[in-house]
Design a protein around this ligand. Structure first.
Ligand SMILES: [Zn+2]
Length: 123
């Protein structure tokens, strides 16, 4: 479980970094996640084995399945964060907690959150 959790964090981080630049460097991933370079290397190796990323030198690219998994995780992150902020959680705490909840939330609960957000548009 913890293994999957951290891999999703990596995928999500690569996806977010890619939004600001096409090339995602391993050092940026380490900096953003606050982890060591060896930790990044290890995670990247696992992500490669799982077929989620490929690398060119120090640059990381999401494969099609990696992109899909990353996008699913990031969607969850955004919806959970939105819900938390709507119930009064401040943005920093909502970001942090969404990033933890996104990996463990069950599909029923997540579906209920999505339905709630959809039926209660922000004004
Ligand atoms: Zn997250």
């Amino acid at each position: 479980m913890e293994y999957e959790q951290s891999l999703e964090d990596y995928l999500e981080t690569i996806l977010i970094l890619r939004q600001s630049s096409n090339e995602v460097h391993q050092v940026e991933v380490a900096r953003r996640l606050g982890v060591s370079q060896p930790a990044v290397n290890k995670a990247i190796r696992k992500l490669k084995e799982a077929g989620y990323v490929r690398t060119e030198g120090m640059h990381i690219f999401l494969t099609e399945s990696g992109n899909k998994r990353a996008a699913e995780t990031y969607d969850k992150h955004c919806n959970i964060r939105d819900l938390l902020m709507r119930i009064g959680v401040d943005e920093a705490a909502a970001e942090r907690d969404a990033c933890a909840i996104e990996h463990v939330i069950g599909s029923e609960t997540y579906a209920a959150i999505c339905a709630y957000i959809e039926s209660h548009p922000k004004d």
